[in-house]
Design a protein around this ligand. Structure first.
Ligand code: ACO
Length: 338
């Protein structure tokens, strides 16, 4: 049968890096107090990257995509499907995926090639679960012959929607992008590829994590900045992450003990520790980047994946469990053999 296999990974972070001390200095200008000790203890975050003015989600997506394509040994014109997971798109429409497509084309032209013009391109919006949703959609399209070589990207500039007068949220997030090239391969099930996935949403919890504003009548209607009930999110997150992990493993006939790497959404080290404990996975088998990236929403899982691939932790044949949870409320997981 046909499986969707990751053949290349890439990521990108804006150059501007802020430590917790930098955030404390920034907040002090607004008469707010925070500290490295508070942020590290509650979240595990030590630093995050913020985009420069004018640096958009599609710019970070482009850099991550070009790196993933290079790792896969693929040229931009070979891509026949582009899916971008983002909650901080360049504009209301068209999708960031189509803007990425144009930028890939321009980059390819400059190198004497051409871009993936004509391939379907669309965004997926599931906040921090966005990459899990996008990967699951791409997997389904590849397995049913709708595409052969997909680019699946998570790209965010959350710094644009942070309320820097709210110290409980603005210290948690960062900007970045991660991308994978996903290709259709045929084997008996023992080779590499996505083995199972599981997606969920519960729209009753819209209010606990949202940016409630919108664009109407030529101006912003409502609050365009992020609001979060941190404790409500925390309580929901650990339970659903355990449940979705178990569901996906059961679908593939695998056990927790067989998982080589858990690559969770990087929101908060305590949520990751809580999930790992419930799944009886030692933290040595959990990829953690939240300390250096903060919460980059849909970008966090492919960013962590790329980092662990490039530093050699993730090896071919290993079993990876990716899982995410976020606004909506949405959650889900993907089990794959690398
Ligand atoms: N610096 C210093 N003090 C702070 C800060 C800050 N940045 N933020 C809040 N405080 C204070 C509060 O004012 C409060 O003070 P008080 O006791 O005098 O009123 C105290 O710290 C405790 O505040 P709580 O909100 O109760 O802190 P809590 O332990 O719940 O931690 C946190 C807050 C880190 C947001 C936690 O609830 C959490 O991790 N929630 C999960 C949310 C999350 O990770 N969301 C990511 C997005 S969703 C997702 O990706 C899944």
């Amino acid at each position: 049968s046909v499986y969707a296999r990751i053949t290349g990974t890439g990521s990108a972070l804006p150059a501007r890096r802020l430590t917790n001390d930098d955030m404390a200095a920034l907040l002090a200008q607004r008469g707010l107090e925070t500290s490295d000790a508070w942020i590290v203890e509650r979240t595990g975050i030590r630093a995050r990257h913020f985009a420069e003015d004018g640096q958009m989600a599609s710019d970070l997506a482009l850099d991550a995509s070009l790196r993933a394509l290079q790792a896969a040994g693929r040229a931009p014109h070979e891509v026949d499907l582009i899916i971008v997971a983002t909650s901080t798109p360049d504009m209301v429409f068209p999708s960031t995926a189509t803007i990425l497509q144009r930028k890939l084309h321009e980059a390819a032209l400059a190198a004497g090639g051409r871009g993936p013009i004509g391939a379907p391109a669309f965004d997926v919006q599931a906040v921090c679960t966005g990459f899990i949703y996008a990967l699951t959609v791409a997997d389904a399209m590849l397995r049913t012959g709708g595409a052969r070589c997909a680019l699946v990207v998570g790209a965010e500039v959350f710094s644009r929607i942070l309320n820097f007068d709210d110290r409980t949220t603005c210290v948690l997030f960062g900007d970045g992008a991660g991308a994978v090239v996903l290709e259709a391969v045929e084997h008996d099930g023992s080779g590499p590829g996505v083995l199972a996935s599981d997606l969920h949403a519960d729209g009753r919890h819209t209010d606990i994590l949202c940016v409630p504003g919108t664009v109407a009548g030529g101006s912003v209607l409502g609050d365009p900045l992020l609001r979060m009930d941190g404790q409500a999110v925390f309580k929901l997150a650990v339970g659903v992450l355990e449940e979705t992990a178990r569901t996906t493993l059961a679908k593939a006939g695998k056990t927790e003990a067989e998982v080589d790497w858990l690559i969770p959404h990087q929101a908060n080290i305590r949520i990751m520790q809580g999930t790992a404990r419930k799944l009886k996975l030692p933290m040595e088998r959990v990829v953690v980047t939240v300390d250096q990236h903060g919460n980059t929403s849909a970008a966090s899982i492919p960013l962590a994946l790329d980092q662990a691939v490039r530093d050699g932790r993730i090896q071919p044949g290993q079993l990876l469990l990716l899982e995410g949870v976020g606004g909506g409320f949405t959650w889900g997981s993907v089990l794959l053999r690398y």
